[in-house]
Design a binder for this molecule. Structure first.
Ligand code: MSP
Length: 531
């Protein structure tokens, strides 16, 4: 569907990723989920904009660069080019923009935003002493400070990173965040879908109800950051800097028209960074007189041994360890299907291999290859014409309509796993339909030729609908299927099909020439199953 500024705006973001290390599958998970949502909306004709990028300032990156003997900007350049941009290809991400917090557009926008808050009286200077986690880049609240064990016995450690906290004492600038407590609580109340899922919303409300403190927003003990515009002896606190990427990338302070068209955004974040997005960020926007985000959705963690997968705990798996064997479609499908979006989940090679075989190769791939092979054999590789419909054909047609609308509803509430499960009902129903209708038996009698045409036309329309519905999840396989259906020439590019009408029958005209189908999900010949 052609995009135009008159269509409904849908601006979606991932968090921006720290460049201290290369990505693991937890980061890729956030990217894929956001990409599926972006592709779904784009294909539905919404005026979609998908932003991702990298978070490059702060102590964590400075320390990593120093330990590697290079300047922080050089380190960031290296990681962005060698690891973070390539990740987007590895897992087939369709982002419209990629922001780096070292971009001039960002640094200028941050300075403008800070100056505005300062001029409007939302910022003051003060003294501060508290325990800081460099891994989180955050002064930790009491609830996340625990006693260390093993090598860190006797020390206070971060509950997330299990690493010692540092006592910092500095002269800082503070953002008067406490002044926004009541407005934030009113926001959560008035817009119950602002923070999702419900468990995340409850957590945020409970946190704010405990009382909000002012936020330290500058640092003086190092200089790898954006200078505070009115006092260059301070750099901006890395989270304050990072959160602003969502507006600086879309024209805040530089392109009012673009900003008005895109903002506000829907933010997809991991649950570990929910509070920054659902409390600090809307308070910052309120202070600046800007609209708060559309939604903040917190997804769960990929776990290893019951703990959040992380490079620092040496549990990270690189995305290409999976895609090299299974391909990017399988990566995308597996994580979106196997884990309830919004809850934690564990990755397992066995589960991935089993779902690949049963659901992708045998379920969807086999369905496509059987139907196209029968079209080739019985109808000379063209879309057959349908004759009179029976109840069985009608049931497939109705199911296609039902799953399309139900999947769209699930996507609206971020239930990606439910949307896929819904669409899969059509995969399963079509497989059952072919088994029951036995086209190979119908093909034995000339008299049954019209009936054979109806059965294969129904199955082929089903494949057409599946290609459209599954395109946001498995873009490569569905593009192969689309080419085999001859649909490009007959009705246009796959990503331009109106997704919300995917269930409407009769879109592929009878007689459309078909092409040989490339294998959608090849047999995995390696020992990946036993990895
Ligand atoms: N730079 C900050 C975000 C700033 S956004 C204004 C940051 N970066 S991060 O690289 O540490 O994490 C980025 C995202 O990856 C977060 O949403 C985080 O939850 C996600 N994940 C990191 N490890 C993960 C898992 N093990 N599982 C799922 N998501 C994971 O935080």
């Amino acid at each position: 569907m052609p995009e135009s500024s008159e269509n409904k705006s849908f601006f979606i973001t991932t968090p921006i990723f720290y460049v201290n290390d290369a990505p693991h599958i937890g980061h890729a998970y956030t990217e894929v989920a956001t990409d599926v949502l972006a592709r779904w909306h784009r294909q539905s004709g919404d005026d979609t904009w998908f932003l991702t990028g990298t978070d490059e300032h702060g102590q964590k990156i400075l320390r990593t660069a120093t330990a590697n003997g290079v300047a922080p900007k050089e380190w960031a350049d290296r990681l962005v080019e060698s690891a973070w941009r390539p990740l987007l290809n590895t897992i087939n991400i369709s982002n419209d923009d990629f922001i780096r917090t070292t971009d001039a557009r960002h640094e200028e926008g941050v300075a403008k935003f800070l100056q505005k808050l300062y001029d409007d009286g939302h910022v003051y200077a003060g003294e501060f002493e508290a325990l800081y986690c460099v891994g989180c880049e955050e002064f930790k609240p009491k609830s996340e400070i625990v006693d260390g064990t093993g090598a860190f016995e006797g020390e206070k450690v971060c509950a997330i990173h299990s690493k010692p906290l540092e006592l910092l004492q500095e002269k800082n600038y503070f953002f008067k965040m406490s002044a926004f407590q009541d407005r934030l609580l009113a926001l959560y109340e008035e817009r119950p879908d602002f923070v999702q899922p419900a468990s995340a919303r409850n957590e945020v409300i409970a946190f704010v109800q405990q009382g909000l403190e002012d936020l330290s927003i500058s640092r003086t003990s190092f200089d790898w950051g954006i200078p505070i515009p009115w006092d260059s002896s301070h750099v901006t606190y890395v989270w304050f800097d990072a959160l602003l990427n969502y507006v600086t990338a879309t024209g805040y302070g530089s392109n009012d028209e673009q900003f008005a068209r895109r903002w506000p955004a829907t933010h997809i974040v991991g649950k570990d960074i929910l509070r920054f997005h659902a409390v600090i960020w809307p308070a910052m926007l309120m202070a600046a007189g800007l609209p708060v985000p559309e939604h903040v959705f917190a997804h769960g963690w990929l776990l290893v041994g019951g703990e959040k997968m992380s490079k620092s705990k040496l549990t990270g798996i690189a995305p290409n360890e999976i895609t090299d064997t299974f391909g990017s479609d399988a990566f995308r499908y597996y994580f979106m299907r196997a884990i309830s979006f919004g809850q934690d989940g564990s990755f397992s090679w066995e589960d991935l291999a089993a779902r690949y075989q049963a659901e992708l190769a045998n379920g969807f791939g086999n369905l496509a290859s059987r139907v196209l092979a029968m079209n080739a054999k019985y109808f000379g590789s063209v879309q057959p014409a349908a004759a009179e419909e029976t109840a069985a054909d009608q049931a497939i047609r109705e199911l296609a309509l039902k799953v399309t609308s139900a999947a769209d509803t699930h996507i609206e509430r971020f239930a990606i796993h439910e949307a896929i499960a819904e669409i899969w009902q059509l995969v399963d129903a079509l497989n059952g339909y072919i088994t029951e209708q036995e086209p190979w038996v119908l093909a034995k009698s000339e008299e049954q030729k019209p009936r054979l045409g109806t059965v294969l036309a129904t199955a082929t329309e089903g494949l057409r609908a599946l290609a459209e519905l599954l395109h946001p999840v498995v873009p490569e396989a569905t593009a192969k299927l689309w080419a085999a259906l001859g649909a490009d020439e007959a009705i246009g590019a796959l990503d331009e099909q109106p997704l919300r009408d995917a269930g409407t029958w009769g879109r592929l005209p009878a007689g459309t020439p078909q092409q040989p189908l490339a294998v959608l999900f090849p047999r995995i010949e390696t020992d990946a199953e036993s990895k």
